[in-house]
Write a protein of this length. Sequence first.
Lengths: 291, 304
Amino acid sequence: MTDLTTSAPARPATRADPPARRITKHTLLIVFGVVMIYPLLWMVSSSVKPTEVIFRDPSIWPSQFDLGNYTAGWTALEHPFQHYLWNSAVIAIASIVGNLLSCSLAAYAFARLEFRGRRILFAAMLATMMLPIHVLIVPQYVLFSQLDWINTSLPLIVPKFLATDAFFIFLMVQFIRSLPRELDEAARMDGCGHVRIYWRIIMPLSVPALATSALFTFIWTWNDFFSQLIFLTNPDLYTVPVALRSFMDGQGETAWGQLFAMSIVGLAPIFGFFLAGQRYLTQGLATTGLK
Amino acid sequence: MSDRTGSRTIRSGLRRRESRVAYGFLAPWIVGMVVFTIGPILASLYLSFTDYTLLSPPEWRGLENYQRMLADSRLHKSLLVTFQYVFVSVPVQLALALGLAMLLNRGVRGLPIYRSVYYLPSLLAGSVSIAILWRQIFGSEGLVNQLLAKVGVEGVSWVSHPDFALGTLVVLNAWTFGAPMVIFLAGLRQIPSMYYEAASVDGAGAVSQFFRITIPLLTPIIFFNLILQMIGAFQSFTQAFVVSGGSGGPADSTLLYTLYLYERGFGSFEMGYASALAWTLLVIIAVLTGVNFLFAKRWVFYGD
């Protein structure tokens, strides 16, 4: 919790705010925050209650504490739960590597190089950023089934190595443009080619943008359900979201406690990355809205 | 003369070389765009005029799929549900985002903690886990009804009532106001404080400062958030799918466009019809975005 308070200097309260108003404001903010976070806390607390209790105990302080839901839920599906965590992790990590490499290459060209067709290509990049996956999924499915890639993780990974997440190109272009050009020019004087400038100068300086991209890639891939549902229909290949869904359809209604427990296991990595990297998550998001 | 042409050829030679280098850097992205974006868009346009089930080659059917869309009452229901969802949930979400950003902006003590608490749900909300939680919370014996029972109100099963099921999804989307709020906060911070100081000197109160300084200077950010969240809302799938158990029910009341597309394409493998649906979605989003940009000229204020 300490890094939450130190991540940004708290600005002194405005002098104009009289104490009464300040108290009202904080009360409002706290009440609202509790309403926001209550469902999550209740879910955590319910995960250690027996299922019958979940239906009559709205408090977030567990009356009983029992990790049985976790142990039973872990093995309730065809494979133990680490199997699905592993499947998800492989896709998420490969996606991070793919996005960082391919998007930063394209971003370097857009931010630093002069070339014919640059404006048109940049506009095309922005347009693809807004394109919903649902528009592409049918022909992509046809393509992948002809390649015999259905029920492999390739449809989820290969596109990332070809910079299909244009949002990250945009984010990195914005960032690289803010770096002083003198650095590359000095390196050029010393006879460095673009590949070396990209790898030795721009990439190390772009760590904040790369971290933001890595975190968002992780969260989006980890949460992604739509494409994993479509491309992974073999239970051996299920990722966490697809496994949770099949858990719910199978026996969930009678085993809410276990379902909650495994849902929390599924959320835990995101929560962890949020705590560790929230500076990058908030700053990265903030810069996308500003010119 | 020869000197000048010489230097020009060197310069244009350099530029040509830089172009070649640039295309080298862009190569993965260009390949990806052609294979995974442009190719599929064109392919789905073609497929939308065919009957195709993956088992046999596509058969040309002309406008048949589009004619079928005109008569498809579930599609019409699905369009209605989607528009209701987008046009209610996005304004609610953005109003909350702007309101909380305003409250947090003026140097509140503990800002980082508040920001974290409000922002966290928007990172989690897309997951199946949260959709499962929502299904319980708004179920007949869920958290909401347990709390209502404490004050003596007997609730219904919100997720299985055709009048309320979509509402639970609107609430879930409102719960994600943290992401646009963070963008609003960054925008608010860019408004120079001298504007407010000058306005105070001129005797402008808080309300008139809000409407005459904050809102006009924030319109580009409001516009950006509006476009982003609107496109995002059209793409909602996971929550409606999980909360309704994959059916879009009860009585198709949560049958978002994406769910119907999934059902046609991957439930019954009508790839031709699904392609026509996908193209129509593309046109709808493009038209709405275009209309937004047209209207933007009237209300978005881009400084100087």
